[in-house]
Design a protein around this ligand. Structure first.
Ligand code: ZN
Length: 248
């Protein structure tokens, strides 16, 4: 089974559609690691697109805040403004879809998924030290996580954790990771709709862990200026608009 791994779409339909076009024909089952909504202008459309893929999905902190499961009080002011803006505009059935998304972690056939950390859906995994704590307790050899919006990951082998550099450089769209049988992995496909690793292109991954034992990490261009224009028209905060072009 080839899995399309999506995370942190953040209501950016332009980015999501570019990802789906690039990935066309390359996957059998879609998986979403959370944060379908929040920040971007097209929450209803993004939710409807994910629903139309019949994706296996878990919730992110922005899905909780946008659907009223949490009150966004722990969000920074810009994130809170975007969450409340989104909550006002979500159609009832899309709000209910987000509110009903299960909490991670979740074990699938070939790997596990979580939004933030396996032990806490809202925790960020930035450092090898934190990754080591997660990998030491991991029940499956591969866990996909999102939340940091940083494409890449960590591998545990022989008791030591090292960071994996898995971002396609400019001009390249894909980097391959071969899964070794004596290692455990925490892998982040990157963010579809709001990358923060300095590359403005939409990020995702395709995993084939049963047959080929390979994960492909992808970056694709999308019409950033058009999405920014949509956000400006909707009156979303300017820093959220500017960051899309910087990929920060
Ligand atoms: Zn996010």
């Amino acid at each position: 089974m080839r899995y399309l791994i999506l995370s942190d779409i953040h209501a950016n339909l332009g980015a999501l559609d570019a990802v789906l076009a690039a990935a066309h024909g390359l996957w059998d089952q879609a998986v979403c690691l959370g944060d379908i909504a929040g920040y971007g202008p097209d929450a209803n459309e993004a939710v409807e697109r994910v629903r139309s893929l019949s994706a296996i999905a878990i919730r992110g902190n922005h899905d909780k805040a946008s659907s009223g499961v949490t009150n966004a009080e722990d969000f920074n002011p810009l994130a809170r403004a975007a969450a409340l803006w989104t909550r006002d505009r979500l159609l009832l059935e899309n709000r209910e879809y987000l509110a009903r998304l299960p909490q991670g972690p979740m074990d699938l056939e070939d790997f596990a998924i979580a939004h933030g950390a396996p032990r806490d859906e809202d925790e960020y995994v930035f450092t090898p030290e934190v990754a080591w704590e997660m990998l030491r307790e991991a029940g499956m050899p591969v866990t996909f996580i999102g939340h940091t919006h940083l494409q890449g990951g960590f591998a545990l082998r022989g008791g030591a954790v090292h960071a994996l550099h898995l971002r396609p450089v400019a001009g390249k769209s894909c980097v391959k990771l071969h899964i070794e049988s004596d290692a455990a992995y925490l892998l982040n496909p990157g963010s579809v709709g709001q990358p923060r690793d300095g590359d403005a292109r939409a990020a995702f991954a395709i995993a084939d862990l049963a047959a080929a034992r390979v994960v492909d990490f992808w970056r694709v261009e999308y019409p950033v200026a058009a999405v920014q224009e949509r956000m400006r028209k909707e009156g979303l905060p300017e820093p959220l608009i500017a960051r899309l072009a910087a990929g920060r």
